[in-house]
Design a protein around this ligand. Structure first.
Ligand code: CA
Ligand code: CA
Ligand code: CA
Ligand code: CA
Length: 401
């Protein structure tokens, strides 16, 4: 756009000014013919020019719109935020790529995909959604990768770190009984202990039965432990559980062990028999002939293999039978029973032996139980009587006709 001063008394053009997009006016080079260099932004730009003559009279403002478009395509810039940045395997992490940008495309057009462990394998398909969620199954420091694609197929990528932290286990146990004496075998059960990552089964367990701060068992995965106290007292039994990440927790429970009351224990239980029943060994016995100085409160079941020592496997409180499901077909087991009263444990019975049938033998007892036989005989007799009665009635009718 040339400049001119067409008035009757012309002074000529004094200067020309230019501005872009409503910015500050800048002096152009030249007058009637002029040039100016300006900075454009991407997209449409409004360029305005005005002149002034020697009298100080301004011209009208002339305008032109210029579009500034890049000749090539530029890659997008990937950016995202993670919420939260630290959690556990129970946390649902949210990743928001809305802060990604592109010189040509609006963010809504940009496509995203995610590699949640940065293992080189993308875990989502391309999508224009900007937010993704993820729950991690293993505690770890994890790099999350975002890749962004613009409408021209150019890529941008970035990585952020999130922390999936291990949580300590919870130690819990029960004691049975919680009060006994020096002959009592206390059973402790840590089955209720849990861990968010490992569950209960993955935990290691150890025990300090007398609460003296020194562990009395090594770490192992058995949930149950038994202990008999050597001196009367109240003991703070301690359990420690450890998870696979090395985190631990401790629980304590008080049990009381009293000295046995003075008196005489019961004599040996009698009539002890052991029989195989449906892949278990069932042991039955009768009370001892002498209960000693106090009533019998329970029985202790000792078990051993074909040879060697018998060890305590269970205690009943009144029941005269014990079913052992922890047996192997074909193996031989020996059982002995001891009665317990407040004076302690009496002598055990002589061991009885049972040979478990091997796996594919038919059940040993198929005979009809003796006490059912009279009923079967009575039923057969009844059927016979009804048959005779009917036969005789038909004979009577035939004679009458
Ligand atoms: Ca682009
Ligand atoms: Ca992956
Ligand atoms: Ca854990
Ligand atoms: Ca100890």
């Amino acid at each position: 756009m040339p400049a001119a001063d067409p008035g009757a008394v012309s002074t000529g053009v004094d200067f020309v000014e230019v501005r872009v997009n409503g910015g500050a006016w800048a002096l152009a080079t030249g007058t009637d013919s002029w040039t100016a260099q300006v900075d454009l932004t991407l997209g449409g730009n409004l360029i305005e020019a005005r002149a002034q003559d020697g009298w100080g009279n301004p011209s009208t403002v002339d305008r032109v719109t210029v579009a500034y478009v890049l000749s090539g395509n530029d890659p997008p810039t990937a950016a995202f935020v993670a919420t939260p940045v630290a959690g556990t395997v129970a946390t649902v992490f949210s990743f928001d790529a809305s802060a990604s940008s592109d010189p040509q495309d609006p963010v809504s057009v940009l496509e995203t995909r995610w590699d949640f462990e940065d293992d080189g394998v993308f875990d989502t398909a391309w999508s224009t959604a900007k937010v993704a969620t993820r729950q991690f199954t293993v505690p770890a420091t994890t790099a999350v990768r975002l890749e962004v694609r613009d409408s021209g197929g150019l890529l941008g990528t970035t990585v952020r770190t999130v922390w999936v932290n291990d949580t300590p286990p919870t130690a819990r146990f029960t004691a049975a009984p919680t009060e006994g004496d020096l002959s009592t075998l206390f059973t402790f059960d840590a089955s209720a202990s849990t861990d968010l990552e490992d569950g209960g089964a993955g935990l290691q367990v150890r025990w300090d039965f007398d609460g003296d701060g020194s562990w009395d068992t090594v770490l192992n995965t058995a949930r149950q432990a038994t202990h008999r106290f050597l001196a009367a007292g109240t003991y703070s039994v301690r359990l420690e559980v450890g998870d696979s990440g090395g985190l631990t927790a401790v629980a304590a429970l008080a049990v009381v062990a009293t000295a046995p009351a003075p008196g005489t224990p019961a004599s040996r239980p009698t009539d002890v028999v052991a029989t195989p029943v449906n892949h278990t060994a069932v042991v039955r016995w009768s009370p001892p002939t002498s209960q000693g100085s106090a009533p019998v409160t329970g029985y202790r079941i000792y078990r051993g293999g074909e040879s060697g020592n018998l060890t305590l496997v269970a205690e009943t409180f009144g029941s005269l039978t014990y079913t052992d499901g922890d047996v192997i077909p074909g193996d031989t087991y020996r059982y002995a029973i001891a009665a317990v009263n407040t004076a302690g444990e009496g002598l055990p019975s002589a061991p009885v032996e049972v040979v478990m049938p091997s796996c594919c033998e038919p059940p040993t007892d198929r005979s009809v139980p003796f006490d059912v036989l009279p009923w079967i005989l009575a039923l057969l007799l009844g059927i016979a009587l009804v048959a005779v009665f009917l036969w005789r009635r038909r004979g009577t009718k035939r004679e009458a006709s």
